[in-house]
Design a protein around this ligand. Structure first.
Ligand SMILES: [Zn+2]
Length: 200
């Protein structure tokens, strides 16, 4: 082997960079002629990494570390937004506003709830924004005023900003589905206020 054919790269086999263990030289070169190493990540995945990415610390995992960090970030944001910051569900004590949101969500999506048949079962849903975020619901609706509960303006409409208000029981009763000979209100039907109490 002439000296011109000697490999010009450092042998990194067996070396560890972050989560990556260098296994062997991978076939091929980068566009600039750099070598590529086949590495084994701690998570078990094999990846090819450009030699110049390794010692610089640019690449320290197959990508799983970034994914974990992203997932952790989402969990942190969620727990901050959803559990701690708004203070509506702290130490197992839930505010009336929080219970209204949770109750409405249950009625729409929890098929195990007996009330579901008259909400989710009738095709009544909750907008995505509210379904995934109590803080969003709180921002749109504000706190539940004393003596009021969550009401849908159009009884066949969804739980969404344009169709919801805080209403008194009296207002809610006026807004119930009309009794006609074709659509009978089921005997187990109760104002949403009362269903909420049963659910929680
Ligand atoms: Zn990995």
């Amino acid at each position: 082997m002439s000296r011109y054919q000697k490999p010009r790269h450092r042998n990194l086999i067996g070396q560890r960079f972050g989560r990556l263990l260098v296994l062997e030289l991978a076939p091929g070169r980068t566009s600039t002629g750099g070598v590529i190493w086949l590495c084994l990540c701690d998570c078990g995945k094999k990846v090819t990494v450009r030699a110049q990415s390794l010692p610089s610390g640019h690449t320290v995992s197959c990508g799983c570390q970034l994914r974990e960090k992203a997932a952790q970030h989402i969990r942190t944001v969620r727990s901050t937004n959803g559990r701690t910051c708004h203070g509506h569900a702290r130490h197992g004590k839930q505010s009336r506003t929080y219970r209204s949101w949770k109750g409405a969500k249950n009625r729409c999506f929890n098929v195990n709830e007996s009330a579901w048949i008259d909400w989710g079962g009738r095709g009544i849903s909750m907008c995505e924004r509210w379904r995934i975020s109590f803080p969003a619901f709180l921002a749109d609706m504000g706190e539940c005023p004393p003596g009021m509960s969550l009401d849908r303006i159009n009884n066949d409409g969804n739980y969404e900003p344009s169709n919801c208000r805080w209403a008194t029981n009296h207002e809610q009763r006026l807004n119930q589905r009309p009794k006609t000979k074709h659509s009978r209100i089921p005997t187990h039907w109760l104002p949403e206020e009362h269903i909420e109490a049963l659910l929680l």
